[in-house]
Design a protein around this ligand. Structure first.
Ligand code: DGJ
Length: 489
């Protein structure tokens, strides 16, 4: 208790730059300020070779990313037991700094996508010390058992060594702002492990098989997270692979950090700051909502594949409506040139201080079902004294030339009658929230934020606001407009 109080006092007293990245009210604070991760995750093998990755940084910079999510492989950093080689981490940090980017590191340890392929050879070849699981037919799988005590100790020791190293080389700079523990944990192809240790533990368990699996994976992760935090208390999280509707645990990675297992994960792995979804299915908003709980800061480490044209709308919804503190498509080094994500990140980059200072905010995108049915109906939100109705079908673009599911926006209430509207492919109409009189557009101007200051572009009126009837952010790119509203009648 005393130590905890002391660290709170020290945190309050220490200068912003000296503070370790941490959470406050579910916001990620980096160097004393709320931070919005405009991110992208590298493909699994892309951070294993510096020369391979070298030409890709500029493309990511051009797409206005401020953070790259990059794997750190156990096999690379501990090639022999007890001998650590952090060169693959050090060049990553150097290259990120050279491009003024932050990093979120992904610890590929005992499990990566349920399997154990990133473990060092000395682990792979010693199944006595590091037992593997068996499948439904009793055959060994390339999955380490969660009941292997040496597996847990070795993985935790390596993870602790990584965090100690990060503190040494980056503790004063915070290029690395968070670390993910393992990757898409979950058991395949049955709901729980079988074998002597697992069966004995299950015989004493009161509850279902998937809960049992979640409990033991979370306890294992806690051993790593606690060892890591003792060295360097960066924010830590785990990511969950989602199941298709109707699939049973084991048909998808059973017991992973999934929304329906949130309580088990949060209770059994208290050193983990949040659990996060990886979302590749079309029903982005539905999956995302399951993770949006107070006390579970919300971030999507894998949000669509880079180049997915719906990613930008999903980001707008996640950040504007669900309070996400970041977004990160997968395989970001392969983002096609000119992808809309870049224009969105450019807008969000300028908008970040307003986003965190806003008196109210809302985010808009069309809901999509797992089977790809898009609900294009307008959506309304009350912010301040006005009700805003957002339409996803652009009135000035031929219907067959637009895809409403790729359109979306964020609305910020700055205070009084002032608002910022950002996004693309939406029109917004306004009326008084109390139903009295009418609302008009006193001022609409396009512009951008330069060094935190609003620099106006064209004053929009006439055709650009349909003679005062709506605010319009055209499809095809992302932009931001400043709006002042007045009431009449
Ligand atoms: C989800 C995993 O977390 C990633 O590491 C990668 O394997 C992608 N799937 C591939 O789609």
């Amino acid at each position: 208790m005393l130590r905890w109080l002391l660290s709170l006092v020290l945190l309050a007293a220490s200068p912003a730059a000296a503070q370790i990245p941490h959470f406050k009210d579910d916001r990620l604070i980096v160097d004393g300020k709320p931070f919005l991760i405009l991110g992208g995750e590298l493909g699994n093998s892309s951070a294993s070779n510096r020369e391979w990755l070298r030409p890709k940084w500029q493309r990511m910079k051009d797409a206005h990313l401020n953070t790259v999510l990059a794997p750190v492989n156990w096999e690379l950093i501990e090639p022999e037991e007890g001998r650590f080689d952090f060169s693959s981490v050090d060049w990553l940090i150097e290259d990120a700094r050279a491009h003024d980017m932050r990093l979120v590191l992904l610890w590929f340890g005992a499990w990566k996508n349920s399997m154990s392929t990133y473990t060092p050879a000395w682990v792979k070849r010693d199944r006595k010390r590091f037992p593997s699981t068996v499948d439904a037919d009793g055959k060994a799988q390339e999955i380490l058992s969660v009941f292997g005590a040496a597996t847990r100790e070795s993985d935790a020791r390596a993870f602790g060594a990584l965090m100690r190293h990060l503190k040494q080389v980056d503790g004063d700079r915070h290029t690395v702002i968070m670390v993910q523990v393992e990757n898409e944990i979950g058991f395949l192809s049955t709901a729980r492990e079988h074998g002597a240790a697992a069966d004995a533990a299950f015989a004493k368990w009161k509850g279902g098989e998937e809960e049992f699996t979640a409990h033991h994976y979370a306890r294992f992760v806690e051993a790593l997270a606690a060892a890591g935090k003792r060295e360097y208390a960066l924010p830590l999280f785990v990511n969950g692979a989602q199941g298709r509707p109707g699939k049973k645990p084991g048909e998808y990675p059973s017991g992973g950090p999934l929304a329906h297992l949130m309580q088990i994960w949060r209770k059994q792995a208290p050193s983990i700051d949040f659990i996060a979804p990886d979302i590749y299915f079309p029903n982005f908003a539905e999956i995302a909502r399951g993770y949006q709980t107070k006390g579970n800061p919300f971030f999507i480490p894998e949000a669509n594949n880079a180049g997915d044209k719906r990613a930008a709308a999903n980001a707008l919804h996640a950040i504007g409506a669900l309070g996400a503190f970041g977004f990160s498509p997968f395989s970001i080094e392969n983002l096609p040139e000119g992808d809309m994500l870049g224009s969105l990140y450019a807008v969000l980059d300028g908008l970040t201080p307003s986003l965190f200072a806003a008196k109210g905010k809302a985010g808009f995108a069309t809901p999509v079902t797992f089977d790809n049915i898009v609900d294009e109906a307008p959506q309304a939100s009350v912010l301040g004294a006005y009700r805003f109705t957002v339409n996803f079908i652009d009135p000035w673009t031929a219907k067959d030339k637009q895809v409403p599911a790729e359109h979306g926006g964020i609305l910020l209430w700055i205070g009084g009658d002032d608002y910022l509207v950002a996004g693309g492919g939406i029109t917004v109409t306004v009326e008084p929230a109390d139903g009295k009189g009418k609302a008009g557009l006193e001022l609409v101007e396009e512009g951008s934020f330069v060094d935190g200051r609003w620099v106006p572009g064209r004053r929009l009126n006439g055709d650009q606001t349909h003679q005062g009837r709506h605010i319009r952010l055209p499809p095809g790119s992302h932009s931001v407009q400043r709006v002042r509203i007045y009431r009449y009648g």
